[in-house]
Write a protein that binds this ligand. Structure first.
Ligand code: UDP
Length: 241
C-alpha cells in the first residue's frame, strides 16, 4: 500500500554535526551517505524537500571570534563552511539518484546557483531537492534562522530539525536522569523555559508565522520518514497534532 505523507513540502534543517563521523571535525563520507538515504526515504513519498545545512562541523563564527578573528569575518567563514557541507550532501544525494540543486545566499556561481526564491520553488515543483547554503548570507545569524526564513519563503508546511537528541526534554537528558521528553510544546514555553531548540531569532520567527517544528534524532533510522508520515516521533513545537 502506498504511504501518504502528512506534509506536502518540508524543510529539513541539518546541523553540520549531522555529517560528522567518529571524530569531532569534518565530514564522514559514510555519514553523508546515511543522511542521503534518510532524505531519499522522504523523497520517495513524493513530497517537496528542501534542506538547510549548518557548518558547525567545520567552523563556528562565535568560537572563532573569541579566539581573535573579527566576528563578521568569522561568520562569513562559517557560512563558507555550510557551502562545503552542501556540496558534500548534494554529491551523496545524486549518488542515490535524487536530483539536487544547491542555492547559495552568497554568490559563487561556478559551484552553486545564487538564492532565487522563485527558482527554488520551481526546482521543488519539479521534484528536485534544494539545498540552501551559506545561511542567510548575513553575519550574526545562524543556520537555524536561515531554516526558519527559507521555510517561510518557500511555504514549507513544517521545519524538521534533525539533531542528535530524540526530542525536547525538560532538562538535558545526558546530565539529568529525571529529564522528561515533551511530545508537544508551545513556542511560548520553549522561549519561557529557555529550551535549546533553536536560537531565539529562529524560534521567534517560527512563532510569529505559526510554522511548526519537529525535533528528532537523525541517527534514529526511519525517524525522518515517520515524521513526514505524521507518526509520533520526536517533539512537535507549535502546530496541531
Ligand atoms: N552563519 C552566519 N550567518 C548565517 C548562518 C550561519 O554568519 O545566516 C555562520 C555562523 O558563524 C555560524 C556558522 O555560519 O556559526 C555555521 O552555522 P551554524 O553554527 O548555524 O551551523 P550548525 O550549528 O547548524 O552546524
Amino acid at each position: 500500500m502506498e504511504q501518504t505523507a502528512k506534509y506536502n513540502r518540508v524543510l529539513v534543517k541539518l546541523s553540520g554535526e549531522a555529517l560528522l563521523g567518529e571524530g569531532s571535525f569534518g565530514i564522514s563520507s559514510q555519514t553523508v551517505l546515511y543522511v542521503a538515504q534518510e532524505i531519499k526515504s522522504i523523497c520517495d513519498l513524493k513530497i517537496d524537500v528542501a534542506i538547510v545545512i549548518g557548518g558547525g562541523n567545520i567552523f563556528r563564527g562565535v568560537q572563532a571570534s573569541v579566539e581573535g578573528i573579527d566576528r563578521a569575518t568569522a561568520d562569513y567563514m562559517g557560512m563558507l563552511a555550510t557551502v562545503i557541507n552542501a556540496l558534500a550532501l548534494q554529491n551523496a544525494l545524486e549518488k542515490t539518484d535524487i536530483p539536487t540543486r544547491v542555492q547559495s545566499a552568497i554568490e559563487m556561481r561556478e559551484l552553486a546557483e545564487p538564492y532565487i526564491r522563485r527558482k527554488a520553488i520551481r526546482h521543488l515543483e519539479k521534484g528536485r531537492v534544494v539545498i540552501f547554503a551559506a545561511g542567510t548570507g548575513n553575519p550574526y545569524f545562524t543556520t537555524d534562522t536561515a531554516a526558519a526564513l527559507r521555510a517561510m519563503e518557500i511555504n514549507s508546511d513544517i521545519i524538521i530539525k534533525a539533531t542528535k537528541v530524540d526530542g525536547i526534554y525538560t532538562a538535558d537528558p545526558v546530565k539529568d536522569p529525571n529529564a522528561k521528553k515533551y511530545d508537544t510544546i508551545t513556542y511560548a514555553d520553549v522561549i519561557a523555559q529557555g529550551l535549546k531548540v533553536m536560537d531565539l531569532t529562529a524560534i521567534t520567527l517560527c512563532k510569529d508565522n505559526e510554522l511548526p517544528i519537529i525535533v528528532l534524532d537523525l541517527k534514529n533510522q526511519g525517524a525522518l520518514k515517520k515524521a513526514v508520515l505524521g507518526d509520533k516521533v520526536g517533539t512537535l513545537v507549535g502546530g496541531s497534532v
